[in-house]
Every structure is written in C-alpha cells, then in structure tokens.
Design a protein around this ligand. Structure first.
Ligand SMILES: NC(=O)c1ccc[n+]([C@@H]2O[C@H](COP(=O)([O-])OP(=O)(O)OC[C@H]3O[C@@H](n4cnc5c(N)ncnc54)[C@H](OP(=O)(O)O)[C@@H]3O)[C@@H](O)[C@H]2O)c1
Length: 269
C-alpha cells in the first residue's frame, strides 16, 4: 500500500465526546487531519474542536446527533453535504456496554446497544464507503471492536456479540478494501480507562488492569502506518496473550465458565 498521509484528509470520528474518541481526535489532528466530531454531548464536542483547532491549525466540524436512532447514516450524510464536507476517513467508535444477565436486562436498552454498536456502524460504513475508497489521502476505516470479541461473555452476552460482529465484519472488509488502498482496521481494546465503565457498570471490567486511552489509540495508529496494515490489533501484551488463549488455545466451555465467574464476582454475586 502507498504510505498513509493525513494532510488534506477529513476524518469523521463517532463518540468523540469522551474516552477513545477524544484521543483519536487529538492524535489524528496532530498528524494533520481535519475532523468531523460526532456524539450527543454538543458542548464537549465544541470545546474539543476549539482546542484542537487552536493547537494543531486543522479544522474540526461538530455534529451533535443521537447515533442510536435508525437512519443515522443518511441524516449524517445530509448534515455533511449541507456544510460542503466530504470525508476520507471514518472511525466508528461510538458504542456502549451494559452488564448483567440477559434475563434481567432492559429490552429497550439492549436494542439501543445493538442499534448503535452494530446497525449504525454498518449503516455509516455503507453510507461513506465509496467516499473512503476513492479518497487520495487518509483513507482509513477504523471500527472499534473489543477483546470481548474473542470469547463468550456471560454477563455481557449481547455486548460481546456486537463486538464479535464488528471484528468479523471488519476483517472481511479489510480484504475487500485492500486493492482500493483503503486501510480497514478492527481495534480490539481490553479494559481501558474511559467513561465506558460508568455506563456499562464496573463489573464489566472484571477487576482486570486498565490501559490508558492514549496508548490504545496510538497502537491503532501505528498499525495503520504499516506498509501492510493488519486487519485487527489488540493493544497491550497481556490483552494479546488473552485473545490468543481464549480464541485458539482454551476450550470454549472453560472460557465461558471462567469469564462468567469473574463477572459474577465483579457484580458481588
Ligand atoms: N473502555 C473500554 O474498556 C473499552 C474496551 C473495549 C472496547 N471499547 C469500545 O470503545 C468504544 C469507545 O468507548 P470508550 O471506552 O471511549 O467509552 P466512553 O468514554 O463511554 O465513550 C463512548 C462514546 O460514545 C458516544 N455515544 C454513546 N452513545 C451514543 C449515541 N447514542 N449517539 C452518539 N454517540 C454516542 C459517547 O458520546 P455521548 O454520550 O456524548 O453521545 C462517547 O463519546 C466503544 O465502542 C466501546 O465499546 C471500550
């Protein structure tokens, strides 16, 4: 693949009001990319955009939008076209988890999670794929999966399944997109210090050590810089070892029982 350059690119980042999204915004701007920042909390997006523009001299547009609403892709495209913005890169980062056994789960919240983590991610990808494939610089598609994608996740069953979808979907698109020069990457973080656990519940971390959001994002950007970028990246040696063990080495039933026990311990059950 030709070397990746961000100058002259415009990258749309969903979930840019917090956590990994903020780090993607800061680090891509530092590399020269113009940005479109999307999430629901507009004030946070505007403060970040002002900061980034002042610090890096790039442009950062803000779109406040609930991406868990069906039809988000078309609505977002309309907003961008109205402002004359065309994107060359997409970071599908917005997402949330929700811990607890499925038979106790709130059905509407579960549906909203599938809508945001899966439906909207696919919708945005389809909506902007032609633009990304024809981009001359900064042609990237980063989808945020999770370490949870590699294993069954009792206590986070639907969340884990949404991330397994994202990983599998991205790996297939990686191959479909290479000839067009579009780098597709599934980023699979383990527990990371963001607001994720305020939403998902502390039990979702299962007491495991957390990485810093900056380190996680940097590992994705380093992977994208490679001449032959991989289809996925798991940040951190411990997380990489865990992904190999749970996916390839250990029996699935053992992994399911162990993860379930860790989650129950986290929930104080
Ligand atoms: N932190 C971890 O341990 C971890 C591990 C593996 C994977 N991940 C994944 O990493 C991604 C980023 O999460 P994070 O850790 O950075 O968590 P976070 O700090 O909670 O950030 C989540 C972002 O998603 C946005 N978002 C949530 N619901 C939305 C909606 N309906 N419409 C638009 N935007 C919405 C939030 O913005 P608003 O609330 O302003 O809308 C926020 O900017 C997620 O896909 C998550 O599943 C996280």
């Amino acid at each position: 693949m030709r070397p990746l350059t961000y100058t002259g690119s415009r990258i749309l980042i969903t979930g840019a009001s917090s956590g990994l999204g903020v780090e993607f915004a800061r680090r891509l701007a530092a590399r020269g990319a113009d940005l479109v920042l999307v999430a629901r909390r507009e004030e946070r997006l505007r403060a970040l955009a002002d900061d980034i523009e002042a610090e890096h001299g790039v442009s950062a547009a803000v779109v406040a939008m609930d991406l868990a609403e069906p039809g988000a892709g078309a609505a977002l495209r309309e907003r961008l076209e109205a402002e004359g913005l065309r994107i060359t890169g997409l970071v599908n980062n917005a997402g949330f988890g929700y811990s607890g056994a499925l038979h106790h789960a709130d059905a509407d919240r579960t549906r909203a999670m599938v809508q945001l983590n899966v439906d909207t991610l696919v919708d945005l990808t389809c909506t902007f794929l032609d633009d990304l494939r024809s981009a001359r610089s900064g042609a990237i598609l980063v989808n945020i999966a999770s370490l949870a994608a590699f294993q069954p996740n009792p206590g986070l069953a639907v969340y884990g399944a949404t991330k397994a979808f994202v990983l599998n979907f991205s790996e297939a698109l990686w191959e479909e997109s290479r000839a067009a020069g579009l780098r597709v990457l599934a980023l699979c973080p383990g527990p990371t210090s963001t607001e994720f656990f305020e939403v998902a519940g502390e039990a979702a971390g299962a007491g495991l050590p957390r990485m810093e959001a900056g380190e996680v994002v940097e590992s994705a950007l380093r992977a994208l810089d490679r001449r032959h970028p991989p289809a996925s990246v798991v940040p951190g040696a411990l997380n990489t070892a865990a992904s190999i063990a749970t996916k390839r080495l250990l029996p699935t039933a053992l992994v399911a029982r162990t993860v379930g026990a860790m989650m129950r311990r986290g929930q104080g059950a």
